[in-house]
Design a protein around this ligand. Structure first.
Ligand code: AMP
Ligand code: ZN
Length: 465
């Protein structure tokens, strides 16, 4: 079976290959760096990493762009509340995000692009949209007129006909099924950061950054655009309206959307307060690999309920695989090969491929791995496993780990000092924000890891007990 994905745009499962040559041009909507990302956000980013690794294993090269939203309503509000400059504020959380990604073994996209480094490109795109009558201006802000784009609604499959005129919205996120003209450019407000550009002073809306940076780095038609399901409407619908009005070409051939990480039946989210950051979970003693495994273990189009029991099972599953690998590498087996078992490894490896080709069915792929490991373990116990079977088994584990990436223990690749430093940075930020409860919690957490903090005039020092 060829590689195929469910495409939100066509509502069909379709065979996938890149349009030109062998390179997949892919865009994913990145983090808004106003706070630490929670593990719900990381479900989406882990899915994107699994997608990257499977595309590579399928023989394709990658050209992947991810934006960093480093200017928006929440960032401006939070930076002002802490008396910080925008860059100073966003730098902390961008750094924290990248550290978290490293701990979860999420590869860096080929281009990681901050919105604020592309303001002039956005102003220029807005100018072009205005020249082709897709916009109107009111009090210095520029709005996209959605009635000027007949395809509006094609991604979210909402029928907006008869409902496209008039109302407009200034905030970046709004209610489902409520089509509104959205802000491309926001006039400066008293005391807010703004940029002077050819279209006047102000700052970009959220949607325009993705269209502009995607086209700049990847061309007018992408192979794949990805994000969480909450971005389908309005964000991705608006990206299509802007991009296709600019180029006259389809913006992306495939649209893939991942479902939510849930907590007791509700989406994990900042606004509901039912969230854990990666640091929270690691602070409770869980390995980042177990979190990665848990997030990857349910196929991306199914919602996944987060529990600590689930996390414990993930850690147990990784232990089983690591033990199996150790056994393969260290036990001695009788000469020769068990043909039946060799065929079993080949069949399991093929089932693994077919499952991931089938719209990244990770649960089935893991099933193929564990069934084989169970059989191989019992063959080892009964003496039927032979020296000649080890290479095939290791190769299969290697194929598994090229995608799931959980077998190497964290201490080999991780940087514990960097983790400590970042927790200290979080504690300093918490203290500044007068969140003393969080600051104390971090001190306790580090103490639990044998790290003692000392507040000095020149900053925080730390040492191991
Ligand atoms: P944000 O930083 O809020 O822009 O979100 C970053 C990414 O996380 C987006 O692709 C969202 O769709 C995704 N996301 C947010 N909450 C969840 C959740 N509970 N489960 C899975 N993905 C999520
Ligand atoms: Zn986006």
């Amino acid at each position: 079976m060829a590689l195929r994905f469910y495409n939100t745009l066509t509502q069909q499962v379709e065979d996938f290959r890149p349009a030109d040559d062998n390179t997949v041009r892919m865009y994913s909507c990145g983090p808004t760096v106003y706070d630490y990302a929670h593990i719900g956000n990381f479900r989406t980013f882990t899915f994107i990493d699994i997608l990257r690794k499977w595309l590579r294993a399928s023989g394709f090269r990658l050209n992947h762009v991810m934006n960093v939203t480093d200017v928006d309503d929440k960032i401006i509000r939070n930076a002002a509340a802490q008396g910080k400059k925008l860059e100073e504020y966003t730098e902390t959380f961008t750094k924290a995000f990248l550290e978290d990604c490293a701990r979860l073994r999420l590869e860096r996209p080929e281009h990681l692009v901050p919105a604020t480094k592309h303001i002039n490109d956005m102003a220029e795109a807005i100018e072009r949209l205005s020249a082709s009558h897709h916009t109107y201006t009111s009090d210095g802000s520029v709005y996209f007129r959605i009635s000027s784009f007949p395809g509006y609604g094609k991604l979210s499959h909402n029928d907006f006909s008869g409902n496209l005129a008039g109302a407009r919205v200034d905030v970046d996120e709004y209610e489902k099924a409520d089509a509104r003209d959205f802000a491309l450019w926001k006039a400066p407000k008293e005391g807010e950061t703004y940029w002077d550009t050819t279209i006047g002073p102000g700052r970009p809306g959220w949607h325009i950054e993705c269209s502009v940076m995607a086209i700049k780095y990847l061309g007018e038609t992408l192979d794949i655009h990805v994000g969480g399901v909450d971005l389908i409407f309005p964000h991705h619908e608006n990206e299509i309206a802007q991009s296709e009005s600019l180029t006259g070409k389809p913006f992306s051939r495939f649209w893939l959307h991942s479902e939510f990480l849930m907590v007791e039946g509700q989406k994990m989210s900042k606004s509901l307060g039912n969230y854990y950051t990666l640091r929270d979970v690691v602070g409770r003693g869980y390995q980042p690999e177990a979190i990665r495994y848990l997030l990857a273990s349910v196929p991306y189009r199914k919602s996944l309920n987060f529990t600590f029991d689930g996390l414990k099972s993930a850690a147990t599953a990784i232990d089983r695989l690591r033990n199996f690998k150790l056994r393969l590498e260290t036990d001695r087996y009788a000469e020769g090969a068990n043909e039946q078992l060799a065929a079993r490894a080949a069949a399991a490896s093929e089932a693994f491929t077919q499952s991931l080709n089938d719209d990244l069915n990770t649960a089935e792929a893991l099933g193929a791995v564990f069934e084989y490991v169970r059989d191989a373990n019992s063959a080892m116990d009964s003496g039927e496993f032979r020296a000649g079977n080890a290479a095939g088994a290791l190769e299969f584990l290697g194929r598994f780990d090229a995608v799931f990436d959980v077998l190497k223990p964290a201490t080999e690749g991780g940087s514990p000092d960097a983790e400590i430093e970042s927790l200290i940075a979080e504690r300093t930020a918490a203290k500044k924000a007068k969140n003393f409860a969080r600051a104390d919690q971090i001190r306790e957490q580090l103490l639990g890891q044998g790290v003692v903090l000392e507040d000095t005039k020149s900053g925080v020092r730390w040492k191991r007990k």
